[in-house]
Design a protein around this ligand. Structure first.
Ligand code: GDP
Length: 298
């Protein structure tokens, strides 16, 4: 992901090398090229506008530096503005002072929630936590089994409705999982919720009911970076319907244009906490805006 964007930005910035002082016209031309590169990569328009405005203002105001030539200065500004739209500082996961902490996952079906639940559980386990996975996706056939399989692979316990008890009520399962966590001394509860193919009201209501039942310390919106501009509209729908405190980008290993993923932070105002880049439980890491910016700028 981001290969095309990365190539484009690198070549635009390359053109500035060897130039002496940059005129306003040089900066405008460069800004125009960057704008096209971002739009072609699917970065949302309001994000592009803000980005270009900042780059232009700062490049024209040219913080004069002894150490950097004009081209290097523009590259530095572009890098810093990329970091800014990606959220600036790395945001750490919030855990409760009094365990169990509750982390709820929300997002569309297929966004990678169940896989993420396993990844997060393994990551927490490696840090000495004792997580409990909770199966509240009772809509999709096999979702419970899938979570149990992921849990086994991560070596983490799973709490699920007892088989044969009918469909089961996800809100009830969520509530009971907290009691189970206290009983079996799990300090983090990870709640996997149902996702539909599209945003729908029932899904939102169910997720909001689960949220009210377990008052999560973090509600993470899980979004597939491959879905392009829909990532932004889906994020807005979940923000309004359920609310979330952080974002997880999945499938960053894909070859889609990826710009929508770059827009989610700016559009929703919520930080990106983690990034997933593969199907294996280890293909997962804390999201660092500065490292992502460096990756994009090559
Ligand atoms: P859910 O419906 O939101 O629970 O999504 P799943 O966890 O079932 O994931 C849907 C599909 O995406 C599965 O085939 C996963 O193996 C795959 N998947 C999840 N995360 C990633 C990722 O980061 N990269 C890739 N390439 N595939 C992923």
């Amino acid at each position: 992901m981001f290969d095309t964007l990365s190539d484009r930005l690198t070549s635009v910035l390359q053109n500035l090398r060897g130039k002496g002082k940059l005129s306003d016209a040089d900066i405008d031309a460069t800004a125009r090229e960057i704008r096209i590169a971002l739009l072609e990569a699917d970065v949302a328009l309001p994000v592009v506008r803000e980005f270009i405005k900042q780059v232009k203002e700062r490049a024209k105001g040219a913080e004069v530096s002894e150490a950097l030539n004009p081209a290097q200065q523009v590259i530095k500004i572009v890098n810093e503005e990329l970091i800014a739209i990606l959220g600036g500082e790395t945001r750490r996961l919030n855990l409760a002072k009094n365990p169990p902490s509750v982390i709820m996952l929300a997002g569309l079906q297929g966004s990678g929630k169940t896989t993420l639940a396993g990844k997060l559980a393994l990551w927490l386990k490696k840090q000495g936590h004792a997580p409990l996975l909770v199966a509240c996706d009772l809509q999709r056939p096999n979702a419970v089994t899938q979570l149990q399989v992921v849990g086994e692979r991560a070596g983490v316990a799973t709490f699920a409705p007892e088989p044969g008890n009918g469909v089961g009520d996800p809100v009830d399962v969520a509530r009971r999982s907290i009691e189970e966590a206290r009983r079996a001394q799990h300090d983090v509860v990870i709640v996997d919720t149902a996702g539909r193919l599209g945003v729908d009201e029932e899904l939102m209501r169910q997720a909001a009911d689960i949220r009210d039942a377990v008052t999560p310390d973090e509600t993470l919106f899980v979004v597939d970076a491959m879905i392009g501009q829909d990532a932004v509209t889906t994020a807005e729908a979940f923000r309004d319907g359920v609310g979330f405190s952080g974002v997880v980008l999945t499938k960053l290993d894909g070859d889609a244009r990826g710009g929508a993923a770059l827009s989610v932070r700016h559009v929703t105002g919520e930080p990106i906490l983690f990034a997933s880049n593969g199907e294996k439980l280890d293909d997962f890491d804390v999201f660092h805006p500065d490292r992502m910016a460096s990756r994009i700028l090559g």
